[in-house]
Design a protein around this ligand. Structure first.
Ligand code: AMP
Ligand code: GLY
Length: 426
């Protein structure tokens, strides 16, 4: 089977790496891909926003499956257009992608189905939002309703800060995404990323994972797309997995089906593990980045049949096997991230770094120019390793990073710290 993978980040490099190991794969194409993806796929310069062009490409190349990495094309309805053209696609419809595309949509779904989540209000103007704020305790969370690349969330510690966040949103700080505002109760606890393959009716939980959202060591500083991740997440016990499936994932799958907008693809629940149990922070309708990188490193089963089972509605009869090893990834970002990253700095030493036992390096934001590898984004590399435990995987990753010669980059030095604290010392 020929497969087209859409996207250009570290998540897509990890997906390309996993897909290319499948005996079912004939040829993998990626649009647009990146220099890392290019080791496993033919990268093509397709305008992904032009759905007719993507459909034309699929017909010309005999593509049997399109795998969509990021959320933006899904929210724009690429899965609907591909499906209408008779092309199999991994990823939800535009209607089901509202689970990520509109935070208010998801909150209303949770309210309707009694899914545990933070108390909230939805607002279309500043006066109503501020009237609601006046009756709420701080800290409190202000969110732009739509897609804002992870930047549309403010955790306000004073009411003045909360009001300023509301004003900024309605003043257009996040464009269209901020035309509506969601105000949420602040949840306390530890966060975890929870993934399930969903085929419209059935859901299959993947291995557990956690990421580090803050830019600085000790989980300090501004939020990012994720500075590192590991799998499994020791805090997500089998009992919690069962509870999340029962109280959050299954009701969502049933609710979406009964609304006539069944969800098909990968459902990613951002969870807060509170004293009173796991609560949904938000849904995403795609793999997490960088969580996907550690999941792919631990996946023993062939990814391609799992994706096909999801597309074909038979994930209920499916099972996945995982390596017992732990996987950990550290994001190397360009200086300036999560603000404006410095572009075009040269990266050397990746071949020596990749020789460290158990290490796999995924490209997230790189480009090749005259044989030189250059940084070309905020998050640039995902240095990933397996190990017997988190401590070993972490040691391998940082040993590899020490071999990378890139003065324009930085990374956190403590990825996995919570999990290491929980590990019995060897
Ligand atoms: P989101 O984009 O909704 O995932 O929010 C980004 C980050 O903000 C989350 O990963 C949490 O760290 C934090 N956050 C969002 N909502 C809440 C909440 N209700 N309580 C506490 N933290 C939150
Ligand atoms: N790692 C967080 C995300 O993918 O949204």
């Amino acid at each position: 089977m020929n497969v087209l993978l859409i996207g250009s980040g570290g998540r897509e490099h990890a997906l390309a790496w996993a897909l290319s190991a499948s005996p079912l794969l004939d040829k993998l194409y990626a649009a647009p891909g990146n220099p890392g993806v290019a080791r496993h796929a033919e990268c093509v310069a397709l305008a992904v926003t032009d759905h007719a062009a993507v459909i034309g490409f699929c017909r010309e190349k005999g593509i049997g499956l399109v795998v969509i990495g990021p959320e933006v094309p899904l929210v724009a309805g690429i899965a609907d257009d591909l499906a209408a053209a008779g092309i199999k696609v991994f990823g939800p419809s535009k209607a089901a992608a509202q689970l990520e595309g509109s935070k208010g949509y998801t909150k209303d779904l949770c309210a309707e189905l009694s899914i545990p989540t933070a108390a909230y209000g939805r607002f279309k103007d500043g006066a109503a939002a501020k009237a609601y704020l006046a009756g709420q305790p701080v800290p409190i969370v202000i969110k732009a309703d739509g897609l804002a690349a992870g930047k549309g969330v403010v955790i306000a510690t004073t009411r003045a800060e909360a009001e300023a966040a509301v004003d900024a949103c309605f003043a257009g700080a996040f464009g269209e995404a901020g035309a509506e505002v969601v105000i949420e109760e602040f949840l306390e606890g530890e966060e975890a990323s929870f993934f399930a393959l969903v085929d419209g009716k059935h859901a299959l939980a993947l291995a557990t994972a956690q990421d580090h959202k803050r830019v600085g060591d000790g989980d300090t500083g501004p939020n990012t797309g994720g500075m590192g991740a590991y799998s499994p997440a020791p805090v997500v016990t089998p009992a919690i997995t069962e509870q999340v499936m029962r109280e959050i994932i299954h009701p969502t799958v049933r609710g979406m089906a009964s609304r006539g907008t069944p969800f098909k693809g990968i459902l990613y629940a951002g969870l807060m593990l509170t004293k009173t149990g796991p609560k949904l922070i938000e849904y995403n309708v795609r793999f997490g980045d960088p969580e996907c990188q550690v999941l792919m490193l631990r996946l023993k089963s062939d990814l391609l049949p799992a994706i096909l089972a999801t597309c074909d509605g038979v994930v209920g009869n499916f099972d996945l096997r995982w390596h017992d090893d732990v996987a950990l990834t550290v994001v190397m970002a360009a200086k300036g991230y999560p603000g404006t990253p410095e572009k075009g700095t040269e990266i050397r030493g990746l071949d020596q770094a990749a020789q460290v036992e158990g290490v796999e390096i995924f490209h997230a934001g790189t480009r090749l120019e005259g044989g030189r590898l250059l940084a070309d984004g905020g998050r640039v590399l995902n240095v990933t390793a397996r190990g017997r435990d988190v401590a070993e995987a972490q040691r391998r990753v940082y040993e590899a990073i020490a071999r990378i010669d890139w003065s324009g980059g930085f990374c956190r030095s403590d990825i996995g710290w919570r999990a290491i604290q929980r590990e019995p010392s060897r």
